[in-house]
Design a protein around this ligand. Structure first.
Ligand SMILES: NC(=O)c1ccc[n+]([C@@H]2O[C@H](COP(=O)([O-])OP(=O)(O)OC[C@H]3O[C@@H](n4cnc5c(N)ncnc54)[C@H](O)[C@@H]3O)[C@@H](O)[C@H]2O)c1
Ligand SMILES: [Zn+2]
Length: 383
């Protein structure tokens, strides 16, 4: 006898498109998706920085929608970057815009910007009327290869990353490759850390591919960059679709490999350290720790560190050594915050091999300290 009278599976459609010049007249991807949903009202939110890099974008969008039988409710240009996640002011602005434009649950909010903008505006669209349809246009390497295809949104609060947020499947994700190439070189390259991460936890062949293409990736060769972004996005989406826990109700979160330290470092640095370099440091720490507890071969550590070095990502940040009043490394507070954020037993993914993670339920703080010392020594030797 089942404990439940009914167990009803609920399925979601996760529409993901890779394209170029989505707002050109001949590109039908977006119009097909909007027609499929049957909604009529459309409003577009563009991150200021993206609008600045693409001065014709608003005209292109106006021209695109003038050719469609939809009820276009205007374009809002708003600030982006991690700063907009620091409070709820942008969320309120978006709620007001949605209310003034009379968007409803069948309406579409098309949101064009980096990961932070998508997170903050996406939180507003997920909560307005309990969900206005969100069509995400990620515009950075990191947001196209990871967060854009994710099913969550958040802003920061109480000095912690992503404390306020929701799980909410976007109506569609349009990865328009043309936006990928205007970010400054460092952040364009750095965003590839999430591709390295997903390769390490899910796909040894992809990690090999990254190693073999490291030079072109470091040089930001457009074709190689786009191929890497697409593969990473698909691996992230496949994980969400097939892991059996898309809304992270369990304790295991493989896609957050290296993130317990990363999120803590970002918050400790008052978000002056951005997500990608923070993840690089967190990932380096957990890779080295995996080897130091005997799970992983040290030769793998060297391979991973070579890839990070190739992408000009540092394995150490001074924040790792910031101490609290009791002389304890503050970053270690990230372990408990990670547990509390997830609920349940502490569960951290470590590596047994490339492409093969294993969950552990405790971390040895003394050994972590030794790993941090080693990261610092290696980093000092490399600069
Ligand atoms: N929701 C999720 O599942 C998830 C997953 C991973 C990361 N994230 C979040 O994503 C955020 C990081 O995203 P990000 O790396 O895109 O950072 P970001 O959004 O801060 O963008 C980085 C910088 O690039 C600028 N920018 C954006 N698009 C541009 C373009 N096309 N050309 C030039 N400049 C451009 C932005 O204004 C910003 O200054 C973090 O807040 C992180 O927590 C969320
Ligand atoms: Zn991340």
């Amino acid at each position: 006898m089942s404990r439940y009278d009914y167990q009803i599976p609920v399925t979601f459609e996760h529409r993901i498109v890779f394209t170029r010049n989505a707002f050109s007249a001949e590109n039908q991807e977006l119009s097909k998706i909007l027609a499929e949903g049957g909604g009529r009202r459309v409003m577009v939110f563009i991150e200021e920085m993206v609008a600045a890099f693409w001065p014709n974008l608003t005209d292109e969008i106006l021209a695109y929608f003038s050719g469609l039988d939809l009820d276009f409710r205007g374009i809002q240009i708003l600030p982006g970057g991690e700063i907009v996640k620091s409070d709820d002011s942008i969320v309120k602005q978006v709620w007001e815009a949605i209310d003034s434009a009379h968007l409803d649950r069948h309406s579409y909010a098309i949101v064009i910007g980096g990961g932070a903008f998508l997170d903050a505006v996406g939180y507003a669209t997920a909560t307005a009327h309990r969900g206005v349809r969100l069509v995400r246009f990620p515009t950075t390497t990191l947001s196209q290869n990871d967060s854009g295809v994710g099913v969550k949104c958040a802003i920061n609060s109480f000095g912690k990353k992503n404390w306020i947020g929701a799980f909410s499947v976007p109506f569609a994700v349009i990865n328009d490759f043309r936006y990928l190439h205007t970010q400054d070189e460092e952040t364009r390259r750095g965003g590839l850390i999430e591709a390295v991460k997903v390769a390490l936890v899910r796909d040894a062949d992809f990690f090999k591919w990254i190693k073999n293409h490291l030079e072109s990736l470091a040089a930001l060769d457009p074709e190689t960059l786009e191929a890497c972004v697409e593969k990473s996005a698909l691996l992230h989406a496949q994980h969400i679709a097939t892991s059996g826990d898309p809304f992270e109700t369990g304790s295991s979160r493989p896609l957050d490999f290296g993130h317990w330290a990363a999120h803590k470092l970002e918050a400790m640095a008052a978000y002056q350290l951005s997500h990608a370099p923070a993840v690089a440091v967190g990932l380096a720490l957990d890779v080295l720790y995996s080897a130091r507890i005997g799970l992983l071969k040290f030769s793998v550590v060297d391979q991973v560190f070579r890839v990070l070095d190739g992408l000009k990502l540092s394995i150490y940040h001074p924040g790792l050594d910031w101490l609290d009043d009791h002389g304890k490394r503050r970053v270690l507070g990230g372990i408990d915050e990670f547990r509390e954020h997830l609920g349940g037993e502490l569960t951290i993914l470590l590596l047994e091999d490339i492409g093969k993670g294993i969950n552990v339920h405790q971390l040895d703080e003394t050994l972590l300290g030794e790993c941090i010392n080693e990261l610092k020594t290696r980093w000092e030797a490399s600069v």
